[in-house]
Design a protein around this ligand. Structure first.
Ligand code: URA
Length: 268
């Protein structure tokens, strides 16, 4: 049995981009978990992506895997791609390279020039390297990131903004709605997004032709898609690509929680 894996960043222009990643001068440690390092992307960097998705910022699972959108949020949006018939021809980047720390860190720094300039270099590279047919942003900050990219102006691809995959979790945690109501809102919103992307037949070429099945009132377990082996570094154990929940920030003080990630393996 052989195992596909993500070959990383050896190919130009990605090699030079990762060599020159912005550090704490661009990303202040008060607002970003810079101690866990930058996490750049997930998906194809070989010119074969037809859809680009822009997320927000990496979380616990991403800190370990070193690829973005691999935890619960990643499995929800991977399921969205499955509904489009997209199984390999995608690439994800985040609005922020580092995990946001605190409530308003993302909003406060969304307009920062060094952050924007570096992200735009990635977006330019991806747009030049691929025949993109669709760009999808996840949430409000990703929409702002997209609109701050000069390459978006006059582009020929379809652009769609949808709610972030963890909207039900964050909205219900804030107490403004229930998880079930927020999940229903996400599903309705994603159904509109799917319809917009597929509005013009042939505008997004699927990897596997798939009749569209809309979401109901919640994303079911079967509507999550595990992270493909070819998206992660070589040798990563299978359970790190399966359902989330295996990485948690633990500790009794804010500093301890920030410094400590507890990882629980699934035993064979
Ligand atoms: N949410 C995101 O937007 N990006 C990630 O990498 C993880 C969670």
């Amino acid at each position: 049995m052989t195992h596909p894996f993500c070959p990383g960043y050896s190919k130009p222009p990605y090699r030079a981009l990762v060599e020159a990643y912005p550090d704490t001068e661009a990303y202040p440690t008060a607002a970003f978990r810079t101690e866990w390092g930058p996490i750049f992307h997930r998906g194809r960097l070989d010119g074969s992506a037809r859809i680009l998705l822009i997320g927000q910022d990496p979380a616990t699972h991403e800190d370990v895997v070193r690829r973005i959108l691999v935890g619960e949020a990643g499995q929800r949006i991977q399921g969205f791609l499955t509904k489009l018939g997209i199984t390999t021809s995608y690439v994800f980047v985040n609005t922020f390279l580092y995990s946001v720390y605190g409530q308003s860190g993302g909003t406060k720094h969304i307009g920062d020039k060094p952050i924007t300039d570096y992200r735009n270099q990635w977006l330019d590279a991806i747009a030049a390297d691929n025949s993109l047919q669709t760009v999808v942003t996840l949430g409000g900050l990703a929409d702002k990131a997209y609109k701050a990219w000069p390459g978006a102006t006059g582009a020929s691809w379809r652009y769609v903004n949808v709610l972030h995959p963890t909207y039900p979790d964050s909205a219900s945690a804030s107490g403004s709605t229930t998880f079930a109501a927020a999940m229903k809102r996400l599903c309705d919103n994603w159904n509109v997004g799917l319809d917009e992307i597929l509005a013009t037949p042939g505008a997004l070429t699927p990897d596997t032709a798939t009749p569209l099945v809309h979401y109901g009132s919640a994303i079911t377990p079967g509507e999550h898609t595990g992270i493909p082996e070819g998206d992660v570094p070589a040798g990563l154990p299978d359970w790190m690509r399966a359902a989330g929940g295996w990485a948690n920030r633990t500790g009794t003080t804010a500093a301890q929680k920030r410094a400590t990630l507890t990882v629980t393996a699934t035993l064979p």
